[in-house]
Design a protein around this ligand. Structure first.
Ligand SMILES: Nc1ncnc2c1ncn2[C@@H]1O[C@H](COP(=O)(O)OP(=O)(O)O)[C@@H](O)[C@H]1O
Ligand SMILES: [Mg+2]
Length: 253
C-alpha cells in the first residue's frame, strides 16, 4: 500500500490553477521525482503535501490518515519532512546545532518543563546520526556558514533526516551546485535512499539527477499530470517530449 496518496489535489490562486487534480502515490522505499518546467506547480504541490497551503479540492493521505487541514508542524509530527529550496540554515551556529534544532522541532515533548535535558540529548543523537549518514560528521563542529555550498545542501537534507521522517520531500537538492558537487551529492543521496526505509518525493531540474535517483517520475505541465511511470516510460512518452522537453530546455537556460 502507498504511504503517501494525493487524490485529485487541486490548488487555485484566483483564476490560475497552479495544481490541477493531481493523483499520485508513493510507497515506502520508493523515490518519486516530480518534474516539469518553471511554473508547472511543483513547489505548490509540496506546499499542499506538507500543510503550508490548503488545497482548493482533493486530499492528501499519509499512512491512511488524512493530512489535509493539519498545520506544517503537525504534518512534521506525523513523519513528513522537507528540505527547502532556499537555504534555511543558521550560518553562525554549528552544523550539529543546526541539525539538533531541526530534530527538536519534531520532538513532541520539547515544551515540557524540566524535559529540556532529555529533549536536548535525544535531538543531539538524532542530529549526529543524520550527519553521519550524509558524510558530514567531520564538519559537525564547524559553523554552517563556513561549509562549501555542496555541504550546505547536504546539511539541509541532514536537517530533514534528523527529524526521522518516513516521507522525505527533497526540493531541488542539487540546485546551484557545480558538476563535481552534484555528482558527489547524487552518490551520497543514492546510498542514503538505498536503505529503503524512506518514501521520497524529489523535485529536481537536473534530468541526470532525476534519472540516477528516481524509480518513478510524475511529469507536471501547467499543474496537471501529463505522464507517470518509470524513467524509461517517461523518457519514451511522446506527449512528454512534445509538451515538456522543449519547455524544459528553455527553462534550463
Ligand atoms: N502564492 C501564490 N500566489 C499566486 N500565484 C502563485 C503562488 N504560488 C505559486 N503561484 C503560481 O502558481 C504556478 C505554479 O507555481 P510553482 O508551484 O512555484 O511552480 P514550480 O515550482 O513548478 O516552478 C505559477 O504560475 C506561480 O506563479
Ligand atoms: Mg519551484
Amino acid at each position: 500500500m502507498a504511504l503517501l496518496e494525493c487524490e485529485g489535489l487541486t490548488r487555485r490562486f484566483g483564476g490560475l490553477v497552479a495544481v490541477s487534480s493531481v493523483t499520485m502515490q508513493v510507497a515506502t522505499g520508493e523515490v518519486r521525482a516530480v518534474i516539469g518546467p518553471n511554473g508547472a506547480g511543483k513547489s505548490t504541490l509540496f506546499n499542499l503535501i506538507n500543510g503550508v497551503l490548503p488545497p482548493s479540492a482533493g486530499l492528501v493521505r499519509f499512512d491512511g490518515e488524512q493530512l489535509t487541514g493539519l498545520t506544517p508542524a503537525q504534518v512534521c509530527q506525523r513523519g513528513v519532512s522537507r528540505t527547502f529550496q532556499l537555504t534555511a540554515l543558521f550560518p553562525e551556529m554549528t552544523v550539529r546545532e543546526n541539525a539538533s534544532l531541526a530534530a527538536q522541532a519534531r520532538d513532541a515533548q520539547r515544551w515540557l518543563p524540566f524535559g529540556g535535558g532529555a529533549v536536548f540529548h535525544r535531538a543531539r543523537a538524532k542530529a549526529d546520526a543524520a550527519l553521519e549518514r550524509l558524510g558530514l560528521s567531520h564538519v559537525a563542529d564547524r559553523p554552517a556558514g563556513l561549509l562549501s555550498h555542496g555541504d550546505q545542501r547536504l546539511l539541509e537534507v541532514a536537517m530533514a533526516l534528523a527529524q526521522e521522517p518516513r516521507l522525505l520531500l527533497l526540493d531541488e537538492p542539487t540546485q546551484g551546485l557545480s558538476v563535481e558537487e552534484t555528482q558527489q551529492a547524487v552518490e551520497t543521496l543514492k546510498t542514503l535512499l538505498a536503505g529503503g526505509e524512506l518514501a521520497v518525493v524529489l523535485v529536481e531540474h537536473d534530468m541526470e539527477v532525476v534519472f540516477r535517483l528516481a524509480h518513478k517520475i510524475t511529469v507536471l505541465h501547467r499543474g496537471a499530470v501529463i505522464a507517470d511511470g518509470t524513467p524509461e516510460e517517461v523518457k519514451a512518452d511522446p506527449g512528454v517530449q512534445a509538451a515538456y522537453l522543449g519547455d524544459f530546455a528553455d527553462a534550463a537556460d
